[in-house]
Write a protein that binds this ligand. Structure first.
Ligand SMILES: CC(C)(COP(=O)(O)OP(=O)(O)OC[C@H]1O[C@@H](n2cnc3c(N)ncnc32)[C@H](O)[C@@H]1OP(=O)(O)O)[C@@H](O)C(=O)NCCC(=O)NCCS
Length: 169
């Protein structure tokens, strides 16, 4: 299977925040942003694997800035690393200033998808070859995040989490 670069999976969704998508403070409802990120990230994972993909885990979400009603929101998703059947996707969320067009980072998240066959069984995916410094940084830390996610899900024992242990020893 031929390895792929992160940019081959790049997926960009741009949309507005409408009144039905906000909380009582007139900012984008968190669940709506999670859904937009899930959609963009699943397309990125599908572009990488060319398979059916399912969301296995939401590893990290930081709602660092509120996104006001009427904002133009861009959700950028890119595969950061692939393991045997699982694919980690980084999502960066930007809001665009109406007058200047300047983009400000509002949120970020990391999702894990698993490629499956028609019966839902996990299936192998291509490796990732990072190119930029940021892609290399995200690639290098992905195994640590995978182990943490498996540990929290009760799918890995603490003494098996070699990357996490290395952080503390
Ligand atoms: C995701 C799913 C396919 C994993 O099935 P499973 O029986 O745990 O399969 P495996 O143990 O073989 O794991 C498959 C891969 O997923 C990874 N994985 C499983 N759970 C994970 C978690 N919580 N975090 C990170 N990775 C996880 C495993 O490490 C493995 O990765 P690898 O092959 O790259 O090493 C299965 O749990 C599933 O279908 N879940 C429902 C998905 C879904 O419907 N999502 C939408 C929610 S509404």
């Amino acid at each position: 299977m031929q390895a792929k670069t992160p940019k081959e999976s790049l997926t960009i969704l741009t949309d507005m925040v409408l009144p039905g998508e906000t909380n009582p403070l007139n900012n984008l409802f968190g669940g709506e942003l999670l859904a937009r990120m899930d959609r963009a990230a699943s397309i990125a994972a599908r572009r990488h694997s060319r398979r059916i993909v399912v969301t296995a885990s939401v590893n990290h979400v930081a709602f660092s800035r509120a996104v006001p009603l009427g904002s133009v929101v861009t959700v950028e998703a890119k595969v950061s690393r692939a393991f045997k059947t699982s694919i980690e996707v980084f999502i960066d969320v930007w809001i665009e200033d109406r007058e200047s067009g300047k983009k400000t980072k509002a949120n970020e998240a990391i999702y894990t998808f698993v490629a499956v066959d028609e019966t839902g069984r996990p299936i192998a995916v291509p490796e990732v070859v990072p190119e930029t410094d940021l892609e290399k940084e995200r690639f290098d830390a992905a195994l640590r995040r995978k182990q943490l996610s498996l540990l929290l899900a009760g799918k890995m024992k603490p003494n098996e989490a070699s990357e996490l242990k290395a952080l503390f020893l």
